[in-house]
Design a protein around this ligand. Structure first.
Ligand SMILES: [Cu+2]
Length: 147
């Protein structure tokens, strides 16, 4: 039975890899993500490109994107981020990493950075900026639809 199914499963995996999607997210000094939500399909390869369109320069307002797995709340996770200044306000302990899909690093005005991942189980994946004091306004959601 297993030998019979193997070629079929391989064909499905190949089809998934083909439909990669690029999501473009931005924010500026007003501290709002645009757009606030995205929709992808489970199994899709997703590249989230984040652009900080705020003012450039030494005192530029920095932003990042922390993408959580379903069932994790932004407010609960943001507390841990505040204590992680040394790592760009993203906690690095194993328990925290398990709660995240990943993150886009902290960037200044005029910069872009990205995160690539494979869309997991269907559900709502919350994201936010973990720069201290930003999470309240800078929130969004990636909804993963079933294939
Ligand atoms: Cu921010």
């Amino acid at each position: 039975m297993r030998a019979f199914l193997a070629p079929l499963l391989f064909a499905i995996a190949t089809a998934h890899a083909a439909d990669a999607v690029k999501l473009e997210l931005s924010a500026d000094d007003r501290m709002v993500f645009s757009p606030g939500s995205f929709e992808v399909t489970s199994g899709q390869k997703v590249t989230l490109v984040f652009s900080n369109k705020g003012a450039k320069g030494e005192k530029s307002m920095k932003h990042n994107v922390v993408l959580l797995k379903p069932g994790n709340t932004i407010i609960g996770f943001a507390v841990k981020c505040n204590a992680a200044a040394a790592s760009g306000y993203v906690p690095t302990d194993a328990a925290s990493r398990e709660q995240m899909v990943g993150h886009v690093r902290l960037i200044s005005g005029g910069q872009s950075a990205s995160l690539t991942f494979t869309a997991g189980e269907p559900g709502d994946y919350p994201f936010f900026c973990s720069s201290p004091g930003h999470f309240d306004k800078m929130q969004g959601r990636i909804t993963v639809k079933p294939r």
